[in-house]
Write a protein that binds this ligand. Structure first.
Ligand code: 13P
Length: 254
């Protein structure tokens, strides 16, 4: 089954309103004409509406970086999935910075995942091991734990469901996983998906790699059979580098 690769930019907590708007406008032009892959940007929450305005009518989707599962209420500082539905296409769930900086538990990631799916948006479920977990040979156990906890209340996944494999040791470090490590680990993730759901579901899932992805390494990563796109941090903050990454992924996909 052919999977459409997806390249998404996670802007994290970067860019004020004016530079964000400039980047959106630049991407609207520079990504026009790229076909064969799905593309998305995930700006900081206050710029999501701007992104939806600037990118309306383009092939570039808009995503949120986080979400809260309750629809409304006394939850100061949170943004609900219900508030995002209708404006965003994608929501990153369980990013390692949510897990490790803000203490988000596997169970909380699961509640977010369930809500995002219920409201018809596409989650990008981020999983990944710490450096010491990889060194201790525990990568597979950690990924299995994160995935199974996130899927606790989920009976089936929609076709094309997105998992983002982001080894924590590769995020923002310039230390990209080799294409071999990315391939082996994404294949392991697909195996866990097949066990938890079924082979056809696992085959249809798109597994992104994230962690110091850039214009130079994009083609070799996306060229791996089980790597179906990229979740890009730092290199998504300039139109030129993000465009080159999307072009490289599209060239591999064609
Ligand atoms: P970097 O590409 O900056 O390493 O960030 C990866 C990431 O965390 C994307 O979600």
């Amino acid at each position: 089954m052919a999977r459409t690769p997806i390249v998404a930019g996670n802007w994290k907590m970067h860019l004020g309103r004016t530079p964000a708007h400039e980047l959106l406008t630049a991407l609207r032009d520079s990504l026009a004409g790229i076909e064969g892959i799905d593309m998305a940007v995930c700006p900081p929450a206050p710029w999501i509406a701007d992104a939806a305005d600037v990118l309306r009518g383009t092939r570039i989707g808009v995503g949120a970086q986080n979400v809260y599962w309750e629809p409304h209420g006394a939850f100061t500082g949170e943004v609900s999935a219900a508030m995002l539905a209708g404006t965003v296409d994608y929501v990153i769930v369980g990013h390692s910075e949510r897990r490790h900086v803000f203490g988000e538990t596997d169970e909380q990631s699961g509640r977010k995942l369930r809500t995002v799916l219920d409201l018809g948006m596409q989650p990008m479920l981020a999983v990944g091991e710490l450096r010491e977990e990889r060194e201790d040979g525990r990568t597979n156990d950690v990924l299995r734990r994160q995935l199974l906890a996130a899927f606790a209340d989920i009976e089936r996944l929609p076709e094309g469901f997105i998992v983002a494999y982001e080894p924590v040791w590769a995020i923002g470090t310039g230390l990209t996983a080799t294409p071999e490590i990315a391939q082996l680990t994404c294949a392991d993730i697909r195996g866990i998906l097949a066990e938890r759901f079924d082979a056809a579901t696992a085959e249809s899932c798109r597994i992104q790699y994230g962690g110091s992805a850039n214009a130079e390494n994009a083609a070799s990563l996306v060229g791996q059979p089980d790597v179906d796109g990229l979740l890009v941090g730092g290199a998504a903050l300039q139109a030129e580098s993000f465009t080159k990454i999307c072009q490289a992924a599209a060239a591999v996909a064609s």
